[in-house]
Design a protein around this ligand. Structure first.
Ligand code: AMP
Ligand code: MN
Ligand code: MN
Ligand code: MN
Length: 276
């Protein structure tokens, strides 16, 4: 069974509407599918309807932005109740401030010689409240300031480069608490992406577990095959469940549905006790 538990629609920083993402996942062989937009539940109803029509099992999800020791960390929540008030209130708070941050990003880009980035980024954002660095990257690529989205995140938008504006997201423990209050399961997303030392990663995993976190993403579009092995070994040693998801954002923007290998069968998958 192809289980893909991480991706985005244009309700956050994906390029396609939730129903289009569903049809694309199904067409590429996904059987069990979660939509996990950043800090937003607004696409889940549409996604569920399209997923069921396309013959997939649907899992309600979200990816929460967290600030941990000054780094941005992502926590995926799965099988959440989208009607849970504590989760909705927490996410509303995390979403706040993106527009003001976007103005500051645009100001930095202007100082670096790139005009029109605020309107440009917003023109790529279906939902202005969720304007994201991804929308700036699409704008920078569109105007030819960079050679594709990857290049945008090399030259701009990351710490130390123009267009990086630090932001205070949720605390780790509160993000996990919101997920659990909504009867969901918390997954540490793409741990290989944070550039943490082994000691810092251990500290993060310890705090994540203490908060109620259950799984780490092992196979994801953000990891190399070497990192599948590295984080698979960490999951096994530390007795976390393992999760898998493409982190699809759009056609020709990184990982695609159906392109990732399965989890190593020696790992305990997050879905080991799901009725699938
Ligand atoms: P934000 O939440 O506005 O800070 O934007 C973060 C989003 O930018 C992530 O969810 C990714 O979709 C995207 N992103 C971050 N770093 C990179 C990168 N190095 N390459 C491509 N996309 C990235
Ligand atoms: Mn994203
Ligand atoms: Mn992420
Ligand atoms: Mn993601």
């Amino acid at each position: 069974m192809n289980i893909d538990l991480h991706c985005h629609s244009n309700v956050s920083d994906g390029a396609l509407a939730p129903a289009e993402v569903a049809r694309r996942a199904a067409a590429r062989g996904v059987d069990v599918w979660a939509l996990t937009d950043h800090d937003q539940l607004g696409g889940l109803a549409q996604a569920r309807e399209a997923a069921l029509a396309a013959g997939m099992r649907f899992i309600d999800g979200v990816e929460i932005s967290v600030t941990w020791r000054g780094s941005t960390i992502h926590v995926v929540g799965l099988r959440i109740d989208p009607g849970n008030a504590a989760l909705a209130a927490g996410l509303a708070r995390v979403r706040g401030g993106r527009i003001e941050r976007a103005r500051q990003i645009a100001q930095e880009l202007k100082e670096a010689g790139i005009d029109g980035a605020f309107d440009g980024a917003l023109s790529h954002a279906e939902n202005p409240e969720m304007v994201s660095r991804t929308h700036f990257a699409r704008f920078l690529a569109q105007v030819g300031a960079v050679d594709g989205m990857k290049d945008a995140f090399r030259k701009y938008l990351v710490p130390g480069k123009p267009g990086y504006v630090p932001h205070q997201w949720a605390a780790l423990a509160e993000a996990v608490r919101w997920i659990r209050e909504a009867n969901g399961q918390a997954v540490l997303a793409h741990p290989g992406r944070y550039g943490l030392s082994a000691a810092a990663l251990d500290a993060l995993l310890a705090e994540f577990r203490a908060a109620g976190g259950e799984a780490i993403e092992v196979v994801t579009g953000s990891h190399s095959p070497e990192q599948y092995r590295q984080f698979g070994a960490i999951a096994a040693q530390q007795q976390f469940c393992a999760s898998r998801g493409s982190d699809f954002h759009g056609p020709d923007e990184g990982a695609e549905f159906g392109s990732l290998p399965p989890l190593d069968p020696a790992l305990r998958p997050l879905w080991h006790d799901w009725a699938l």
